[in-house]
Design a protein around this ligand. Structure first.
Ligand code: NDP
Length: 284
């Protein structure tokens, strides 16, 4: 079997086009959705992510501003910046790029963002709403994965969904979204005994660990849908996923590539979340 390759780039382009249309309609009404991205320090990967997010915003007609702060600033200065953005009516979405420098408490900074402007969906009140089945803002990466599964016609109702990686930004919200669609969800972490016994059961397997190639074809159920979230830079400068693509694609029914799978969808869903935040703020 050779797996169908799920083209995240193409689906993301369609979603971005839809966002651009919604932005046009809002502009006719005198509203331009605005996203503020706060970047603290010089982390090279973060700089690339922030640049890509800002470029995507501009292309879709959203107003975007990147606030670059020195790695040595105090947490109080960062909190004051967030507070200013919370009170700026032209800013509908706020994103603080993670990771923050070690002297800062990320949880405290995220809690300082107004939940209405928290377009990453990481604020504790948005996490709580997701947990209780009434999400307001869905975290971009798992939200994008749900859109991909839907576009592929993958039904989660009664399906075995296994997620490897249990972070607050990917694995845990992914579990909640899949559970809400009727999947039987298994959430694995670094302490999981016999990981393969779990992954081999999965009708839908999502891998988000940051460990290059840790899932190979022997760990995949024939015909499964495999979603690779991992982004790992090899010594050759290229990007690799957490799934060993070569062996996995001979077993899986469908698989996302890295790059060109989940990554573009994450950015597309950030645009969706920002437009929806603007629409909600106008209505309130
Ligand atoms: P974290 O480091 O926050 O979490 C990693 C998770 O993987 C933890 O739950 C950890 O377990 C688990 N884990 C680590 N090793 C193993 C193992 N051997 N077996 C099972 N579980 C393991 O990572 P993130 O969730 O932030 O990111 C994961 C990957 O996804 C990274 O490569 C990141 O770059 C990428 N990413 C990609 C995005 C995209 O848009 N494509 C967006 C966000 C992230 P434990 O809890 O026990 O420590």
């Amino acid at each position: 079997m050779t797996a169908h390759i799920i083209d995240g780039k193409q689906l993301a382009a369609t979603i971005r086009e839809d966002v651009a249309q919604r932005v046009k309609a809002l502009a006719a009404d005198g509203l331009q959705p605005g996203l503020a991205v706060v970047l603290v320090g010089e982390d090279p990967a973060s700089q690339v992510y922030v640049r890509n997010k800002a470029a995507a915003c501009e292309k879709a007609g959203l107003a975007s501003q990147v606030i670059r702060l020195d790695a040595g600033i105090s947490q109080e200065t960062l909190l004051a910046t967030v507070d200013q953005l919370n009170n700026d009516p032209g800013v509908h979405g706020i994103l603080v790029q993670l990771p923050l420098p070690a002297h800062m408490d990320s949880a405290r900074v995220i809690e300082a963002i107004s939940p209405a402007k928290d377009v990453d969906g990481f604020h504790i009140s948005n996490a709580g709403l997701l947990m209780t089945g009434t999400p307001l803002v869905k975290p971009c990466t798992p939200y994008g994965i749900m859109k991909m599964l839907d576009a592929q016609g993958v039904s989660l109702w009664g399906a075995e969904a296994v997620i490897v990686g249990a972070s607050n930004i990917v694995g845990k919200p992914m579990a909640m979204l899949m559970l809400a669609e009727g999947a039987t969800v298994t959430l694995c972490n670094s302490k999981t005994r016999d990981l393969a016994a779990h992954t081999q059961r999965a009708d839908v397997l999502v891998v988000a660990t940051g460990r290059r190639g840790m899932i190979d074809g022997t760990m995949i159920k024939p015909g499964a849908t495999v979603i690779d979230v991992g982004i790992n830079r090899g010594d050759d400068g290229r990007l690799y996923g957490d799934v060993d693509f070569g062996s996995a694609r001979t077993v899986a029914g469908a698989i996302t590539p890295v790059p060109g799978g989940v990554g573009p969808m994450t950015i597309a869903m950030l645009l969706v979340n920002t437009v929806e935040a603007a629409e909600r703020q106008r209505a309130s």
